[in-house]
Design a protein around this ligand. Structure first.
Ligand code: SDX
Length: 383
């Protein structure tokens, strides 16, 4: 007997799934807070390691506990030989996000806590994942360029070590600081698609590696973490600032999505995009002609999109739009943009998983059935 059709929330739009004290996103005013601290304050005063501690523990560390937290991250940087071998065998062939997803999944097998799902073990595994996933992304970048794996350097900070492992040399202070801020800005964003899939997986009481592997697979999509690479591809396709208006108008007329714009929650300027845009303006004066050209195109596109769709449809730049020119300035190849997003987002994924497990409930929504009922089985010969 068909029940009355309930209200269907496609994409679970507007549905609250849990309470959280990790992150709040004000989509109307374009505001973002991690554990109550505004993203502007954290981008200005904090760094990625401190933000990881804040997200996982809920407060800013005192010096002594911060030093031991950073020490724990440093100890976990190097890769298991078996994981490194899989990266070496596949990074030249596979998509970077597929190699990352595979390497993270494999890493579970070599984790000493793999069978221990206690709170303490999950915190240790979170630290391992934060540390190792950045090393895996750097190793993927090296192998794709036909280079040897660079062992981590204990004395360097997290982001500085990432760039050292990626390029085989230490970064400049301005490159280090800029990428550190990009890691902070990408570290967490409430129940976005990849965090949701992380939680769905963990809510069955599966393990944190399975949960993070789900998150990586989800982040890959161009509607989510894949938009940063897609936005840069568009800027390169536009080629020159003077081509921007025609390109965007033609794309919109063809009902195409302009990557790096729009958001399920922000109906105002994404505060992270505003910060990244600010850095882009700052670095312009000493950028390469390529980055200067990309920046000019990005600013042209922003102006047009805000005029056409900003107030009218609440479609504004999001965190992915200006990231490409900044990463290009730092020398990050576009094939690593989304893996870098994943490496930055690990603390957010883990913090939500640890929090949800405190009050765990299996996630199992309903679907409204509109198919046939009581259909008679007919044998093959009579079909
Ligand atoms: C991230 O959720 C998070 O927190 C994610 C994230 C995080 O930190 O984890 O912030 C990171 O994923 C940012 C978003 C990156 N993705 C993109 O930049 C891809 C391009 N953006 C769109 O695909 C879109 O804006 C979404 C997917 C991000 C959000 O889409 P919604 O909420 O599902 O909105 P929708 O698809 O229903 O669109 C509503 C209308 C549609 O027009 P109509 O059919 O009503 O006429 O707005 C239009 C859409 O066509 N629209 C766009 C557009 N985004 C929406 N039109 C042109 N260009 C766009 N980018």
């Amino acid at each position: 007997m068909r029940t009355k059709k309930p209200e269907i929330h496609l994409g679970l739009e507007g549905i609250y799934m849990a309470e959280t004290s990790i992150c709040s996103v004000n989509g109307i005013e374009g505001k973002l807070y991690y554990r109550g601290y505004s993203i502007e304050e954290l981008a200005k005063h904090s760094d990625f390691e401190e933000v990881c501690f804040l997200l996982l523990n809920g407060y800013l560390p005192k010096e002594k506990e911060f030093l031991s937290f950073k020490d724990a991250l440093v100890k976990e940087r190097d890769l298991d030989p078996e994981v490194l071998q899989v990266i070496t065998d596949t990074a030249g062939k596979g998509l970077p996000m597929d190699v990352l997803r595979t390497a993270v999944s494999l890493s579970a097998i070599y984790d000493p806590d793999v069978k221990d799902n206690s709170k303490e073990a999950n915190m240790r595994k979170s630290i391992r994942l934060i540390s190792k996933i950045s090393s895996i992304v750097a190793a993927i970048g090296r192998v794709r360029d036909g280079e040897e794996y660079v062992r981590p350097e204990k004395k360097l900070g997290h982001v500085e070590n990432f760039l050292y492992m990626l390029n085989g040399e230490k970064p400049s202070e301005s490159e280090r600081r800029m990428l550190d801020i990009m890691f902070v800005l990408h570290a967490e964003h409430s129940s976005n698609a990849s965090t949701f899939s992380t939680i769905v997986t963990g809510a069955t009481l599966s393990d944190i590696y399975s949960a993070i592997t789900s998150g990586i697979g989800t982040l890959k999509g161009p509607l989510h973490g894949g938009a940063d690479e897609a936005a840069l591809r568009m800027m390169r396709a536009i080629g020159k600032p003077e081509n921007t208006v025609k390109y965007i108008n033609d794309a919109l007329a063809g009902k195409q999505r302009i990557m790096g714009f729009g958001h399920r929650v922000y109906k105002a300027y994404d505060p992270r995009a505003r910060i990244i845009r600010g850095y882009l303006e700052e670095l312009r004066e000493h950028a390469s002609p390529e980055v200067e050209n990309l920046t000019a195109i990005a600013l042209e596109a922003e102006k047009l999109m805000i005029k056409k769709l900003g107030k009218a449809k609440g479609i504004w730049p999001n965190v992915d739009f200006f990231s490409g020119p900044v990463y290009t300035h730092i020398g990050i190849p576009s094939s690593l943009f989304t893996p870098l997003f994943a490496a930055s987002r690990v603390p957010g994924w883990c913090a939500h998983m640890l929090e949800y497990w405190e009050n765990n409930r299996l996630i199992r929504p309903l679907e409204y059935y509109t198919g046939k009922t009581n259909v008679k089985y007919i044998s093959m010969t009579k079909r």
